[in-house]
Ligand binder design. Structure first.
Ligand SMILES: NC(=O)c1ccc[n+]([C@@H]2O[C@H](COP(=O)([O-])OP(=O)(O)OC[C@H]3O[C@@H](n4cnc5c(N)ncnc54)[C@H](OP(=O)(O)O)[C@@H]3O)[C@@H](O)[C@H]2O)c1
Length: 270
């Protein structure tokens, strides 16, 4: 899968077709959406009107907790395909390690077997959940998409995933700007040496760690900026300075917090 793609979380459905068209025009070829984002149809319209050959694109979507279960998951997969206007997905993910996702995984193994999803994976799985899923099923998730940014770096989780052949994909590479990320002195100083922004330093740092990134922006200037990260390299010393920024804790919420598990489990997306 491409190491750098484009995410559309929190892009309103009515804005998404234009935003994705702009992203494709900027050069993105990997798109990340989810049933729960409510914008799959708009992503599909942008893909259809782009004229870009399907084989040049890498499209990911995700199944929400409400739709876990074997039959439900299969139905939901078909619905996502239809909403996107596609006849296969490049990557289909279980959005959260909640609900009856073991049954979902069986349905996903089938769509993988039928060639309707080129790869299947998970999101927000802590190592224990990931290893348990792998232990009791035939197919290892190709990807685990998890919160990963300078304040929550997931190095040990990544080591475990690498040992099991699971690709780490970052969500929230900029922590959505939390903790004043975009004005962070360390990241600003490192970027200044290369004429690069904080956003570019963060993406470059993740890519050098072999972490797949899918930054989101509704602004074409930032879309272009976030793609322009392949003409410089951070030194070992700079990588170490950024490594020191890790707090080891989520900047958002904990999937092991019972209140959050209850809230997410009750969230309906249609
Ligand atoms: N699996 C999951 O549970 C999960 C959870 C969250 C996200 N995701 C995926 O990961 C993707 C990325 O994460 P995210 O959208 O949460 O957050 P993010 O990419 O860390 O941050 C997006 C924010 O950064 C701003 N931004 C983008 N580029 C910038 C730049 N160059 N300079 C300054 N500000 C910039 C954006 O503002 P503007 O749009 O105004 O430019 C937006 O406010 C999502 O879109 C989604 O596809 C998955």
């Amino acid at each position: 899968m491409p190491i750098l793609g484009f995410g559309v979380f929190q892009v309103p459905a009515e804005q998404t077709e234009q935003v994705v068209s702009d992203a494709l025009a900027a050069g993105y070829r990997s798109l990340d959406t989810a049933a729960s984002y409510g914008n799959e149809e708009a992503v599909g319209r942008a893909i259809a009107s782009s004229g870009i050959p399907r084989g040049d694109l890498f499209v990911t979507t995700k199944m929400w907790i409400q739709h876990t279960g074997e039959d439900t998951a299969r139905r939901e997969f078909d619905l996502s395909l239809r909403r996107l206007g596609l006849d296969y997905l490049d990557l289909y993910l279980i959005h959260q390690p909640l609900g009856d996702y073991y049954s979902s995984w069986h349905a996903m193994e089938k769509v993988y077997g039928e060639g309707l999803a080129r790869a299947i994976g998970v999101s927000n799985f802590h190592p224990d959940r990931l290893v348990d899923l792998m232990t009791h099923n035939d197919i290892t998730p190709a990807v685990n998409q998890i919160e990963t940014h300078p304040f929550f770096q997931r190095r040990e989780d990544q080591d475990l995933m690498r040992a099991h052949g699971v690709r780490i994909e970052s969500w929230g590479p900029f922590a959505e700007g939390k903790n004043d990320l975009f004005t962070n002195p360390t990241l600003t100083e490192i970027g200044a040496a290369y004429g690069k922004s904080v956003a570019q330093v963060v993406l470059r740092w993740l890519i050098q760690r072999d972490v797949v990134v899918i930054p989101k922006s509704v602004r074409p200037d930032r879309m272009a900026e976030n793609l322009d990260v392949f003409d410089f390299a951070l030194t070992d010393d700079e990588m170490t300075r950024i490594a020191a920024m890790d707090t080891g804790r989520t900047a958002f919420f904990d999937y092991r917090d019972p209140e959050m598990v209850k809230w997410l489990g009750g969230r309906r997306v249609d």
